[in-house]
Design a protein around this ligand. Structure first.
Ligand code: MLT
Length: 268
């Protein structure tokens, strides 16, 4: 289950905006957006199951699915009484957000897909994730840190940001990381779903993202029914940390334009 210790801010009457971190991070990546969007949204930053101290998905990590993470997010939203909300998913959580949009489109007021893609893993990529899950079992989170850190950043990203991200990865847990790797490896191709998703969507990419290049966000924009694309200059895979002000500026008009939920007084 997602950590019930919900971090949220900005009860401004704006739309609830759920920011979901990617792999293998936690809610702390969103600090700049929590501060920068609090006047236009009620910003919520849960941890995915297995990250940031949240309990992992129940069961064997090998059986974890992206669908199960989406259901966990819906159960968490239910527990808060969030009938509808806007959802921003970073990378792996873009996969989760697309699964949730497919599962329960009526729950979403808006969708933001950051540094993500709709396609499934190739057989080779899935095998690589299985190998990485085994390495994490043997060596701990350092195995995934060593594999990912060289690919995460734009060339000019400061050493301090790189070091903070390394620390963030190293404090995640083995079962959480393994479950996410197995879930990403087995995820279905979400491209056929795109034309069925009615939700207003913003797809976002860092111009220097080599892990998931901007062409993937552009392809999602093209496949979705109601989507726009924005590119963050000078960012790699982590625009929320590499170019935080630019990401907040890019999200702000989209978020501010989303309809706040209609509150029906009890008994009416
Ligand atoms: C992420 O940042 O969530 C991952 O890099 C996504 C992936 O490996 O496909």
């Amino acid at each position: 289950m997602i950590n019930p210790d919900v971090r949220h801010t900005g009860d401004s009457g704006g739309v609830p905006l759920v920011l979901l971190h990617g792999f293998p991070f936690d809610h702390t990546i969103w600090a700049a957006q929590v501060a920068g969007l609090a006047d236009v949204a009620r910003v919520l930053t849960p941890d995915l199951p297995g990250f940031g101290g949240a309990a992992p998905l129940p069961g064997d990590p090998v059986q974890a699915t992206i669908h199960a993470y989406a259901e966990a997010v819906l159960a968490w939203a239910d527990s808060l009484g969030l009938a509808t909300f806007a959802l921003a998913g970073h990378s792996m959580s873009g996969y989760v957000a697309l699964a949730l949009a497919h599962l329960a489109p009526a729950r979403l007021d808006g969708l933001i897909l950051i540094a993500s893609r709709a396609g499934a893993d190739s057989a080779e990529a899935a095998a690589g994730r299985h190998k990485q899950a085994a390495a994490v079992g043997e060596r701990g989170p350092v195995a995934v840190a060593e594999a990912m850190l060289p690919k995460l950043f734009a060339p000019h990203t400061p050493a301090g940001v790189r070091a903070a991200v390394e620390t963030l990865i190293l404090r995640q847990t083995v079962p959480g990381i393994q479950a996410a790797l197995y879930a990403m490896a087995s995820r279905p191709d979400a491209r056929p779903w795109l034309t069925t998703i009615p939700t207003p969507t913003l797809t976002v990419a860092g111009s220097n993202d080599t892990l998931i290049p901007p062409s993937e966000a552009q392809a999602m924009r093209d496949g979705l029914r109601n989507a726009a694309y924005v590119e963050i200059a000078g960012a790699g895979h982590l625009p929320m940390l590499e170019t935080p002000a630019a990401l907040t500026t890019a999200l702000r008009p989209f978020v501010a334009g989303l309809r706040p939920p209609i509150l029906v007084p009890p008994g009416s």
